[in-house]
Design a binder for this molecule. Structure first.
Ligand code: MOS
Length: 696
């Protein structure tokens, strides 16, 4: 593949959208100016399973300022019931507690919210089951795990090889239900006019939301416009449409021309915006005394909803991380009366690598080997699962470079050896990995304007990742012009199709389309185009995807303090070294890496959604109960990367950076906690009670 000559790429350009964001003039979905909006407040079910017998709307409708109450009896009929999560206000059936079952539309948000409380809803309650656990008899194997990987894999005889191995680790790790909590809650403004629908939506995929809405309402996608120029985070929860989008559209239809605004509250997001499944993972490693793996077995239990399957790909990183002649992976699901799990930053890799990289740490101790040396000894020449060559695999370089920068050398591997005052000190390391994905279909259009600038159009989304800036840099290099000569337009379905900002695939997919469009433009118009000249192109096919196994890798280090008396854990410093192909913008890449590592720290020490199986809802649905790392929790974090260009991945030489930063963090911290305290916490988050209970 021909790789672009970097001029703009590689420069630490400040965010092009930074100024408007700091000024507060960048319109997020809810802030878009529309004429005379009405407000929608959603009503959620108070039971986890059953039927709605009646909704008495009289008291709500009597409130001054209430415009309408939507229920399953009054809302318009949707056309497609393909996706049961989006089949809202269509039937009396309740499938999980917190389901969206009615909505009040009013002149003000306060009125809508007040009136929502006045609905009298009678239910016929059915027995529900929301108890996740390993002991269930009804666990099942899905047909595949996301996005479409085999559910189980077997190479050699992993059980026999494990039994016969001289050194063994057999441990069970667990991670809790977690919720995406972007700063900007999910929000939509919907306008239904002349048989068409416009949504100002906080989404990672404008064209995806358009398609979903068109299917649900049975209208031509051309009649649906979705705008999302600025998105205040998402981490995957905004990768697909959710029920509130549908209710906003239904409300807009009811209001016939008048715009409606709907923003989920933080509490509502804990049932309506997806979640990361809890996992229980048994990990077995069998090795020779030299640390060389003979068997790797990773068996995962996770949850899905009874009405729609979501099968997280938790064991997939285990299939390629290390060389072992015998390997087995398994995924089993418990189908429960809970909301549908969904995408959350590095889905699969994040919980799966917590287990795998903790187990590797345990194996290093069992073999008396340095954990970096253990990993280096198990480097696979080829992708162990596919047998394909790597486009680039530099895990060992990341580990060695990280060790050098972190000051790993001379570390005493024995736990509980360093102490300062009342604090025990320890260090830990873990590997990271994330696949390099591309998603076909993206298209870019380039137009030369009368002021001598190139307008570059693609409906991409920037959810704080830096797409505004990075796509401009790519376009400048593809057109061989200065960045100032590029005017980018994104976040609008009037612009050419763009795939989701997800799977760390955005820059690869959209950037490749932009490069192709630039080539088409130059071929057609040369270097001295006339105003109005334009050309468009699709993301090209990428045959090298078939020939190479493309993944990013990283090494993550952590130093922690554990308090002798209380078990309190403080992370002192973290350091990551990543191999991600070319870094297109070092300033923004650093921000992605340290953002991911911060989220990983938060996962390691704080985040857990507590679902009460008696009622089926999350009992801590706010920032008082669901703790997310704050500034005071976050230490000095360093992110570095290898100088690298992956010519097999895409014309930029990059592989994607949005997710890998979170992947190894929790294991690095757990391993450091063990090193400090001698207590192995295998159940996230690492709260102080677990250290005390284990005799910390
Ligand atoms: Mo990311 S969870 O693929 O948006």
């Amino acid at each position: 593949m021909k790789v672009l000559e970097p001029h703009a790429m590689g420069r630490p350009l400040a965010r092009l959208d930074g100024v408007v964001k700091v000024e507060g003039t960048a319109p997020y979905a809810f802030e878009q100016r529309v004429e005379h909006p009405a407000y929608v407040f959603p009503v959620q079910s108070a039971i986890a399973r059953g039927r709605i017998l009646s909704v008495d709307t009289r008291a709500a409708e009597a409130v001054e300022g209430v415009l309408a109450v939507l229920t399953h009896e009054t809302a318009a009929t949707l056309v497609s019931d393909q996706n049961k999560e989006l089949w809202v206000l269509q039937s009396a059936e309740v499938r999980f507690r917190g389901q969206l079952i009615a909505a009040v539309i009013a002149e003000t948000l306060e009125t809508a919210r007040y009136a929502a409380d006045l609905l009298r809803i009678e239910y016929e309650q059915a027995a529900h089951d929301a108890a996740f656990g390993a002991g269930r008899g009804d666990l099942y194997a899905p047909d595949f795990v996301n996005p479409r990987y085999p559910t189980d894999t077997d190479t050699g005889d992993a059980e026999a090889a494990f039994s016969g191995a001289p050194v063994k680790v057999d441990a069970t790790y667990s991670t809790p239900m977690e919720h995406n909590n972007p700063m900007e809650p999910h929000a939509t403004i919907a306008i239904w006019q002349d048989g068409g629908l416009t949504l100002y939506d906080s989404t990672q995929c404008a064209h995806g939301v358009r398609r979903t809405m068109a299917d649900l309402f049975g209208i031509d996608p051309e009649r649906v416009r979705v705008l999302s120029p600025y998105v205040g985070g998402g981490f995957g929860s905004k990768g697909v449409a959710h029920a509130h989008n549908v209710v906003a559209a239904l409300a807009a239809r009811q209001m016939a021309g008048r715009p409606v605004k709907l923003a989920l509250t933080r509490q509502q997001m804990f049932s309506l915006a997806g979640h990361r499944t809890p996992t229980i993972q048994r990990f077995r490693l069998g090795a020779g005394r030299d640390g060389r793996l003979r068997s790797v077995i990773h068996e995962v239990i996770e949850q899905t909803s009874r009405f729609k399957e979501f099968a997280e790909q938790t064991a997939t990183p285990t299939r390629l991380m290390y060389a072992s002649p015998n390997r087995r992976t398994r995924h089993r699901l418990a189908a429960l009366d809970v909301p549908v799990p969904s995408w959350m930053r590095a889905p699969g890799e994040t919980p799966g690598m917590f287990a795998g990289e903790s187990a590797m740490d345990e194996l290093a101790l069992a073999c008396g080997l340095d954990p970096i040396e253990l990993r280096a000894r198990n480097e696979p020449e080829l992708d162990p699962q596919s047998g394909k060559p790597w486009s680039a695999r530099h895990l060992t370089e990341c580990l060695r470079e990280g060790a050098r920068r972190f000051g790993w050398e001379g570390r005493d591997p024995r736990p509980r050896q360093r102490r300062e005052g009342e604090w025990l000190i320890g260090t830990g390391v873990a590997s990271s990995t994330y696949p390099r994905y591309s998603i076909p279909g993206s298209r870019a259009l380039i137009r030369y304007d009368s002021e001598g600038r190139y307008e570059v159009e693609i409906a991409a989304a920037d959810l704080g990742t830096g797409a505004w800036t990075v796509l401009t840099q790519i376009a400048a290099d593809a057109l061989e012009c200065p960045v100032e000569a590029v005017r980018l337009r994104i976040g609008d379905t009037e612009l050419p199709y763009a795939s989701v900002a997800g799977g760390s695939s955005g820059t690869t997919s959209w950037g490749s389309a932009i490069v192709a469009a630039a080539q088409a433009f130059r071929e057609r118009h040369g270097n001295t185009p006339s105003p109005g000249a334009q050309a468009a192109a699709d993301m090209p096919r990428m045959p090298e995807e078939e020939r190479f196994s493309m993944h990013s890798f990283g090494a993550q280090f952590a130093e922690v303090l554990v308090h002798l008396d209380t078990g309190e854990v403080r992370v002192q410093r973290m350091l990551g070294v990543f191999s991600v192909g070319r870094v297109i913008n070092p300033r923004l890449a650093r921000s992605q890496f340290i953002g991911g590592m911060t989220m990983g720290l938060s996962m390691a020490l704080h985040e857990a959604s507590v679902l009460d199986p008696r009622f089926g809802h999350v009992v801590n649905p706010d920032f008082a109960g669901y703790h997310i790392a704050t500034h005071a929790d976050v230490p000095n974090i360093e992110a570095h990367w290898l100088e690298e260009v992956d010519g097999h991945s895409n014309p930029m030489g990059s592989r994607g950076i949005g997710e890998i930063g979170i992947v190894g963090t929790a294991a690095a911290i757990a391993n450091a906690v063990y090193h400090a305290s001698g207590v192995r916490v295998r159940d996230l988050p690492i709260t102080l009670d677990k250290l005390l209970a284990a005799g910390g």
